[in-house]
Design a protein around this ligand. Structure first.
Ligand code: NAD
Length: 427
C-alpha cells in the first residue's frame, strides 16, 4: 500500500441531501487546498445534475461522473471514497473500496446483518486499509467536553449512560414517500433501533468500547406503532398503512466493565430533537435534557427544611455552559469562536478527522471495530425484539484485541484520549 498521501482526491457515491451538506464542508477544505472532489456517482440522473449545478455555482472544477460505483472506485483519479448512500449499501461499497486500497468514509446507519460487519472487518484486516464512520456527533462540543472531563476524573468511575436518537421525522418521511426514500421502507418493514450511532457513538468512546471494554449483550423492546401511520394519513392521504417500527424502541446494552447503557430510538412521535445523553459516574453526571452537569464537591447543594422540620441537602445542576471555558476539548477551544459548516460545525470536524487519517494512512479515530460494534446494535435489537426482549450477545469483532490493544498514535482527532501536546502549534 502507498504510504502517506499528499493530495486527498475524493469520490462521492450517493448524491442525496446528505451529500449536499457534506459538500458545504468539503468545499471549505478544498479552498484551503487540502482536498479535491474528483468524481461523483449516483444511480439517479436528477441528483447528478443537481450536484453538478452546485459545483458550477461554487466555480469548483467539474468532477468526473459515474453511474456505476464499481467504476468510480476503480478510477485512478480518486484515492478516497465517501459513501452517503442509503443504509443497505454502505458496507458493501466500503468493502470494495478497501479491497482496491482506498479508504472509505461511510455515512451513519445500522447494519442489516452481522455477516456484512464481519466482511467489513476482514476487508480492512486483510488489506491494512481502513474505513471510518462519519459520525459527526462524536465531535459535538458537549460530547467532547464531557469526554475531556471524564478523562480528567471529574465523573469518577463510570456506572451508567443513556443516549438515543429522538427526532420527529414522521412528516418528513410521509412527504417524501413517493420519492422512494429507503429510510421509510426500513421503518415499514423492520422493527429495531435503526439509527443508533448519533447517541451511541460518543457514549461508546467515553466508555472505551473496543479498548479495554466492550458491548456484551443487549435486550430491546418496541412499543406499538402509530406515529408513521398517522403521518401518512395526514400528509400523503394514505390511510391504513401499517408500519412495523415501534414508535419508541428501548435497548439496554450491558458492557464488559459493568456499565449499562439505555438507548432510545424514537422518530415518529411529536417531540423536540434530542440525543438524550446521560453520563453518570461515582462522582458526577451530565444530563443533556436538563442542560446540566453535577460534580460532587463543586456543584451547589443547598440546605432545605422539609415539612417535619428536618434539614436536608438538595443537589442542584450547574449549567453545562459554565464548564465550557475550563473544560472545552482543545478541538473546540479555538473553533468555538468560528464555527463553520453543517450540524453546528460537527460536519467539518468529522471530515477533517477522516482526511487526516487518510493523509497519514493510519487508523481513523472511528475505526472498523467501532463501526462494527455500533452498527451491530441495529440487527441485534431486531433479533431481541422478535424474541420478546431476549438478551442477545454481541460478537467480539476485535477477536479479543479489545483486552490489550496497543495504544494509538497520539492525534488531535483522537476520540479515546485528549492529547494536549497535539494542539500546541495548531488551532
Ligand atoms: N451524519 C448526519 O448528520 C446525517 C444527516 C442526514 C443523513 N445522514 C445519512 O446519510 C446517508 C444518506 O442520506 P440521504 O438523506 O442523503 O439519503 P437519500 O436516500 O436522499 O440519498 C441517497 C442517494 O444515494 C444514491 N444511491 C443509493 N444506492 C446507490 C448506489 N448503489 N450507487 C450510487 N448511488 C446510490 C441514491 O440514488 C440517492 O440519491 C444515510 O446513511 C443517512 O443516514 C447522515
Amino acid at each position: 500500500m502507498e504510504k502517506k498521501i499528499d493530495q486527498v482526491r475524493i469520490g462521492i457515491i450517493g448524491l442525496g441531501a446528505r451529500a449536499e451538506t457534506l459538500l458545504e464542508s468539503i468545499f471549505i477544505l478544498a479552498e484551503r487546498g487540502e482536498v479535491a472532489v474528483t468524481a461523483i456517482c449516483d444511480l439517479r440522473e436528477e441528483r447528478i445534475e443537481k450536484l453538478l449545478g452546485i459545483f458550477e455555482k461554487r466555480n469548483a472544477p467539474r468532477p468526473a461522473i459515474y453511474r456505476n460505483y464499481h467504476e468510480l472506485i476503480a478510477s485512478p483519479n480518486i484515492n478516497v471514497v465517501l459513501v452517503p448512500t442509503s443504509w443497505n449499501s454502505h458496507l458493501r461499497i466500503a468493502c470494495e473500496a478497501m479491497r482496491m486500497n482506498k479508504y472509505a468514509g461511510i455515512e451513519v446507519g445500522g447494519a442489516a446483518s452481522i455477516e456484512e460487519l464481519w466482511q467489513l472487518v476482514h476487508a480492512s484486516e486483510s488489506t491494512g486499509v481502513s474505513c471510518m464512520m462519519l459520525e459527526n456527533c462524536c465531535y459535538g462540543r458537549d460530547e467532547l467536553m464531557v469526554m475531556n472531563m471524564v478523562r480528567q476524573g471529574l465523573f469518577g468511575e463510570l456506572i451508567y449512560c443513556e443516549c438515543g436518537y429522538e427526532h420527529d421525522l414522521g412528516d418528513e418521511i410521509a412527504r417524501g414517500w413517493n420519492k422512494n426514500i429507503e429510510r421509510g421502507l426500513h421503518n415499514m418493514h423492520r422493527n429495531g433501533d435503526l439509527y443508533p450511532t448519533h447517541g451511541l457513538g460518543p457514549i461508546a468512546k467515553i466508555l472505551r468500547i473496543n479498548r479495554g471494554n466492550r458491548f456484551l449483550t443487549l435486550s430491546s423492546h418496541a412499543t406499538k406503532s402509530r406515529g408513521f401511520s398517522m403521518a401518512m394519513e395526514r400528509y400523503a392521504k394514505s390511510p391504513g398503512m401499517v408500519f412495523n417500527e415501534g414508535d419508541v424502541v428501548t435497548t439496554i446494552i450491558h458492557c464488559a466493565n459493568g456499565e449499562n447503557i439505555t438507548l432510545t430510538h424514537s422518530i415518529s412521535l411529536p417531540r423536540p430533537y434530542s440525543r438524550n445523553c446521560r453520563v453518570q459516574g461515582t462522582k458526577g453526571i451530565w444530563l443533556e435534557n436538563a442542560k446540566g452537569i453535577y460534580v460532587e464537591g463543586s456543584s451547589p447543594r443547598y440546605e432545605e427544611i422539609d415539612v417535619a422540620g428536618n434539614p436536608y441537602l438538595v443537589h442542584k445542576w450547574d449549567k453545562v455552559e459554565s464548564f465550557h471555558d475550563k473544560y472545552d476539548h482543545p478541538i473546540w477551544r479555538g473553533y468555538r469562536n468560528n464555527v463553520i459548516g453543517g450540524h453546528d460545525g460537527m460536519d467539518l470536524l468529522v471530515l477533517e478527522a477522516f482526511f487526516d487519517a487518510v493523509r497519514r494512512q493510519t487508523a481513523p479515530p472511528i475505526d472498523i471495530y467501532d463501526c462494527a460494534a455500533w452498527m451491530s446494535v441495529t440487527c441485534l435489537s431486531e433479533q431481541s425484539i422478535a424474541m420478546g426482549g431476549m438478551p442477545v450477545a454481541f460478537p467480539d469483532f476485535t477477536n479479543g484485541k479489545w483486552i490489550s490493544r496497543p495504544p494509538e498514535e497520539p492525534s488531535r482527532w483522537s476520540l479515546n484520549e485528549v492529547y494536549e501536546e497535539c494542539f500546541i502549534h495548531k488551532r
